[in-house]
Structure formats: structure tokens, C-alpha cells
Design a binder for this molecule. Structure first.
Ligand code: SF4
Ligand code: SF4
Length: 288
């Protein structure tokens, strides 16, 4: 993302929701171990209660699965991957010895233009002043329009409480000056968390400058305090073609065919990002 694009995208308050802070995350796919420490840290913190058995606010799935039959003519290699997380996992693509796969860790994207929010008939979903997308549990009536609308499958219905629930970016921890559980627990140190709208934050510097890698204990970089190793390289969003403008960014896998990178992380840098506030809604609704 160029400086010019950053100014357009994050250098001003969100035109639709007014937030002047947008918390986001940058994950270096190349370093994920698929250890699921993040998933378990999240689950034991937020989704270990009644009705939450199948909720994973943070998930890690092996990509691609490749063998799952596509339905309804969906000509989309990633579509079923996130819908049926971990089905047929560890089935590499390609022909030996040129096989490839990668691990995709995903929290909610806390989108700039959230499809879940727009779909809610009771106005229970809102973006808070930090750009975090939340569901007011007192107002939610469990219609599940949000569950169907989120193209990333990141809202879950609790059949015990009859409410929808989702990742909250650990905002109670943020208020105590701590990072989210998935960031703190990451064994691979692949995650950087911060305010995308702050020009001085580590994450915004790294998204604006793809040549900026964070190296641990490097006395030459002002970013040494993070003690995390993020590779240099283009920063992209996962499936930006859905049009919700995710706040979660990735360093895409480097050792897979470039056309495959485009399938998962394509269109972001030259398409939708050029006019980030013109997007009117998701390009795809699920067929549940
Ligand atoms: S990823 Fe889905 S649940 Fe999260 S803010 Fe975007 S549309 Fe809403
Ligand atoms: S804790 Fe970090 S390295 Fe382990 S699966 Fe999660 S994102 Fe990947």
C-alpha cells in the first residue's frame, strides 16, 4: 500500500461510521506453524461457554483442501475452504515434487464496511470508536442475517442464548493496555497488532512499506520493541474481492504459484483499495 493509498484509506476517519481509530492485524503467513495456540487461547478466553462448542473466533486452516466437491456452480477455490474449516486438511496441491500448501490463520476482519453490520435488521451490530465490530447482546434477536451475510463465515449463532456472537478483538484486554490473546499467544510470532490509522504505529508503517520487515532485537530498526519477525513483501488482504475492506492484512505465502496468491489475496492493491469508501456491500452472499 503506497503512502498515497494509505492516506486515502486510513488517513481520515471512516466516512461511514466515523471511527478515527481502526485496529487491525498483520500476519506473516510464511511463518505460521499451524500450532493452533492462537485458536486455543481465544477459545478458552471467549468461547468456552454453553452453546459455544463450535465457535472459533480465531481459526487456522490448511489451504487448499482441493477435494471438496463444489456446489451450486461455485467456481471459487477458496469458497468451501473457510466454510468447512479443516475438512480434507493437509492435502497439498500440485505435482510432486512441486507441492504446496499454506496455513491461513483468520480472526474476524473488523471490516471498514462490514457486511454483517449492514445485514442486521435490529441494528445490534456496530463499529465502536476503535473500529472494532461488535454485537450488542441485549439488542440481538437472533435472526442470523449477519451469519448469512458475512462472506468470511466469522459470525456464529449461539443456540443456547439465541444470540449471534463474534470476535471482539479482545477489546477488554486492549483497554488494559494488552494485545489480543491470539497475538500474545502466537508461537510463530507472526502477528502485529495496532492502529491502522496511526501513521506512527508499527502496523501502519509496515503496511505502507512492504520492504519493512521486523527483525528481533535489530538495533538498526525502530520497530525492535515488537520482537517479532515479519517478512518483507507485499501486504495484502484475504479475499478483498468480497468488498468489505478487511482490517486484517497478510504477507501472502511466498512459495506458492503467483496465480494461486491472486486467488486468495488478489485484487486488493489495484482494485477495490483505490476507492475504499465507495464499496456498497459484499459481492457474495452465502447460500445457507
Ligand atoms: S469479517 Fe464478517 S463478521 Fe467480521 S466485520 Fe467483516 S463482515 Fe463482519
Ligand atoms: S499461534 Fe501463531 S504460529 Fe501458531 S497457528 Fe496461530 S498464528 Fe500460526
Amino acid at each position: 500500500m503506497s503512502e498515497e493509498l494509505w492516506q486515502k484509506y486510513y488517513g481520515q476517519p471512516n466516512k461511514m461510521y466515523g471511527n478515527k481509530v481502526q485496529f487491525g492485524m498483520l500476519l506473516d503467513i510464511n511463518k505460521c506453524l499451524a500450532c493452533h495456540s492462537c485458536t486455543m487461547a481465544c477459545k478458552t478466553t471467549w468461547t468456552s461457554g454453553p452453546g459455544q462448542e463450535n465457535m472459533y473466533f480465531n481459526s487456522v486452516s490448511t489451504q487448499p483442501y482441493g477435494k471438496y466437491p463444489r456446489r451450486n456452480g461455485a467456481n471459487d477455490p477458496a469458497y468451501f475452504d473457510y466454510r468447512f474449516s479443516n475438512l480434507y486438511q493437509d492435502t497439498p496441491k500440485g505435482t510432486y515434487p512441486k507441492l504446496w500448501q499454506f496455513y491461513l490463520a483468520r480472526p474476524c476482519n473488523h471490516c471498514t464496511d462490514p457486511a454483517c453490520l449492514k445485514a442486521c435488521p435490529t441494528r445490534s451490530i456496530y463499529k465502536n470508536e476503535d473500529g472494532i465490530v461488535l454485537i450488542d447482546q441485549d439488542k440481538c434477536e437472533g435472526f442470523q442475517y449477519c451469519v448469512r451475510a458475512c462472506p468470511y463465515d466469522k459470525i456464529y449463532y449461539n443456540s443456547v442464548t439465541k444470540k449471534s456472537q463474534k470476535c471482539i478483538f479482545c477489546f477488554p484486554l486492549l483497554e488494559k493496555g494488552q494485545e489480543p490473546q491470539c497475538v500474545k499467544s502466537c508461537v510463530g510470532k507472526i502477528r502485529i497488532f495496532g492502529n491502522l490509522m496511526d501513521p506512527e504505529s508499527t502496523i501502519s508503517k509496515m503496511i505502507r512499506d512492504p520492504s519493512l520487515g521486523v527483525k528481533p532485537y535489530d538495533p538498526q530498526t525502530s520497530l525492535k520493541a515488537t520482537h517479532r519477525v515479519i517478512n518483507e513483501g507485499e501486504r495484502r488482504q484475504y479475499r478483498p474481492d468480497f468488498g468489505t475492506i478487511p482490517s486484517v492484512w497478510y504477507v501472502p505465502p511466498k512459495n506458492i504459484p503467483p496465480e494461486e496468491v491472486e486467488k486468495y489475496f488478489g485484487f486488493g492493491m489495484k482494485g477495490l483499495l483505490d476507492e475504499p469508501h465507495q464499496v456498497s456491500g459484499p459481492t457474495k452472499m452465502k447460500d445457507i
